[in-house]
Design a protein around this ligand. Structure first.
Ligand code: AMP
Ligand code: MG
Length: 344
């Protein structure tokens, strides 16, 4: 298959991409979070292609991307007031809301669940593609399953050139980590995945929030979870990753004393000079957590190299989007964290 490349700036981009989606094809779409691998979310056949292209387990549900908040009622029912409040405050934006699904939504899209994840992305070209296609666009992150997510069109090209119909290049993703997911189908709102919208902001709107266990700990393969996708290994480069916590100086002392040739250090820009000779890679500024979220996956992809033995990673502290960066790094590290303050 020949993959068509379209620039978001091209006047025929939205219409061309929408036509491919209408006819059951796969289009990689830019969003403010990560690039998605999009298809008609109401077509079993089209959605099947997403799972095949990614090598994604069948029980891992897909998020439906919609053009505006007014579409919530087309696809969900029994909608609590909190959903409208969240949509008004955060859409278009990096927030997915889980609601009871209307029956016509294929179970292949929802991973067999009777709930559906809805999101309205903050990306003009992609909302236009969705609008013109006339269907909700099911789109998981465009990476091959288990690999770090795609935050540039080049990442998508690397994973899928010749295997999907079209890639829309909208430049690098602004947020860089996947959407926050909040489940509103139970008595209490539940955070299933942290993302660009911090838990503090959700709490402000909803007045209550439970943080799911899958956010903070490794989930056993056989465990029954709210969102099956949460139990799979994620975001991981091929090498072992360990997060080293503690002050800049203590962490550097710990890493330098354990570092062996062939290892790498993933650190903040401000720390580069502490790791001379240790082949450090910066993923952004500690002083500006938005640069860390935007740079994380590109860095993890660069470290996805079988010749690297061990990656020592530095992780920001705090809430907001830092909470999402912590979550992705911890998943990449299979929750392997050492505290340099205690180790030395
Ligand atoms: P991604 O591959 O980054 O697009 O992730 C999609 C994730 O959204 C899944 O792995 C689930 O964790 C979550 N998700 C989507 N739809 C649902 C749903 N109906 N119920 C619970 N979680 C969902
Ligand atoms: Mg993903």
């Amino acid at each position: 298959m020949k993959t068509l490349f379209l620039s978001a700036a091209d006047p025929i981009c939205a219409e061309t991409a929408a036509n491919i989606i209408k006819s059951g094809g796969l289009v990689a779409i830019p969003t403010e979070t990560v690039y998605g691998l999009g298809a008609n979310g109401l077509s079993e056949e089209a959605v099947k292609k997403i799972f095949e292209a990614k090598g994604r387990p069948q029980d891992n549900p897909l998020i439906l991307h919609i053009a505006g908040p007014e579409q919530i009622e087309e696809f969900a029912h029994h909608i609590p007031q909190g959903a409208y409040d969240l949509a008004e405050r955060f859409w278009p934006g990096p927030l997915t809301i889980i609601l009871p699904a209307k029956d016509f939504i294929p179970r292949r899209t929802t991973g067999g669940l009777n709930t559906v994840g809805l999101r309205c992305p903050d990306c003009d070209i992609t909302r236009e593609i969705i609008r013109l296609s006339g269907v909700p666009v099911a789109a998981p992150s465009a990476n091959i399953s288990g690999k770090p997510s795609t935050t540039t069109a080049q990442h998508v090209r690397h994973d899928h050139e010749g295997r999907i119909d079209c890639i829309v290049d909208g430049g690098p993703c602004r947020v860089g980590v996947e959407s926050t997911i909040v489940d509103l189908t139970e008595r209490r709102p539940r955070l299933l995945r942290p993302g660009g919208i911090g838990p503090e902001e959700l709490l402000e709107v909803l007045g209550d929030l439970v943080v799911d266990k899958a956010v903070t700990a490794q989930i056993d393969k056989d465990e029954v979870v709210k969102a099956p996708g949460m139990k799979y290994r994620h975001y991981a480069p091929q090498s072992e990753v360990v997060i080293v916590g503690g002050s800049r100086e203590k962490a550097a002392a710990y890493i330098r004393s354990h570092f062996e040739p062939g290892d790498r250090v993933l650190c903040f820009e401000e720390e580069l000079s502490l790791y001379e000779g240790c082949n450090p890679l910066s993923y952004g500024l500690e002083a500006d957590v938005n640069t860390l979220s935007a740079g994380l996956f590109a860095a993890l992809r660069e470290l996805d190299d079988p010749s690297i033995h061990q990656v020592y990673a530095r992780c920001p502290v705090g809430g907001g989007v830092a909470y999402a960066v912590q979550n992705r790094l911890k998943k990449a590290a299979a929750f392997h964290v050492v505290d340099a303050e205690e180790e030395l």
